[in-house]
Design a protein around this ligand. Structure first.
Ligand code: PTJ
Length: 233
């Protein structure tokens, strides 16, 4: 199914916010300019992200309404491959939508989904978008935040968490705040990260740390911006 239809169905099923339609449109435009392909720099970032998730003590994958509609199975597979927790964390939070997304993820194979009982607040954010689970994002050392809003991405980075952001816009504040920005479509990035994690699973921690440390985030962001401006089509 095309991703656009998945998002529309996500809205109809009460998983995705209406703002999620706008985010999808913006993502489509950037992906078109990238030729709907994974850049070599994004492929590298996906391998680095997999290494970071594997060396993390408490990795968490954050899921919002767009991620739940676009790639629920891929989230569950990546969580299994790197032994990460899954947490529903919404910008436009409502208890009903959190519960629907958690149920949807369980229907797609997730054993445990955090988020419905979130009662800890991230400092520096207003309203309910600050709410996180004490056992999940609040305690995490590494957080994968696909399609995050800029304020929350900055708040997580300020708390000292290693942040992996998947965002097709290399200029977005989330991508700019991330330790590991992955400028690629979520539907390509998640399976690629899972494949890298399976390949890297038996490496020792020192090797994994080296992979992470060698990553040049500025160069990755620059290459993505150049590809978009010059047209990779
Ligand atoms: O479900 P909620 O309430 O948590 O809301 C989620 C959205 C995505 C609506 C919310 O976080 C939001 O408003 O995000 P923004 O500020 O619109 O940012 C979304 C970013 O994701 C934009 O930079 C898009 O280019 C990018 N994007 C959209 N679709 C994809 C994407 N990046 C990667 N893969 C995609 N499929």
């Amino acid at each position: 199914m095309r991703t656009r239809e998945r998002i529309v169905e996500g809205v109809e099923a009460g998983l995705t916010s209406r703002q999620g339609l706008i985010a999808q449109g913006r993502g489509e435009a950037f992906d078109y300019l990238l030729g709907e392909q994974t850049l070599p720099s994004a492929e590298t970032a996906e391998r680095v992200a997999a290494a970071q998730l594997l060396v993390a003590d408490r990795p968490v994958i954050s899921v919002n309404g767009n991620v739940a509609a676009l790639a629920p199975e891929a989230v569950v597979e990546l969580a299994e491959a790197v032994d990460a927790a899954i947490e529903v964390n919404l910008f436009h939070r409502s208890p009903d939508r959190v519960e629907r997304i958690a149920t949807h993820l369980r229907e797609n194979g997730a054993e445990r989904v955090l988020g419905p009982d979130a009662d800890t607040r991230l400092p520096g954010l207003d309203h309910d978008r600050a709410l996180v689970d004490a056992d999940g994002i609040a305690a995490a050392d590494t957080v994968l935040v696909p399609l995050e809003d800029g304020d929350r991405a900055a708040a997580l980075a300020e708390l000292g968490k290693r942040e992996i952001v998947i965002d097709l816009n290399p200029l977005s504040r989330s991508a700019q705040a991330a330790a590991i920005p992955v400028v690629d479509n979520l539907v390509r990035a998640l399976p690629a990260m899972t494949a890298h994690a399976r390949e890297l699973r038996d490496r020792d921690d020192e090797t994994l740390h080296q992979i992470v440390e060698r990553f040049d985030r500025e160069a990755a962001l620059r290459e993505a911006e150049r590809a978009i401006r010059e047209g990779a089509l």
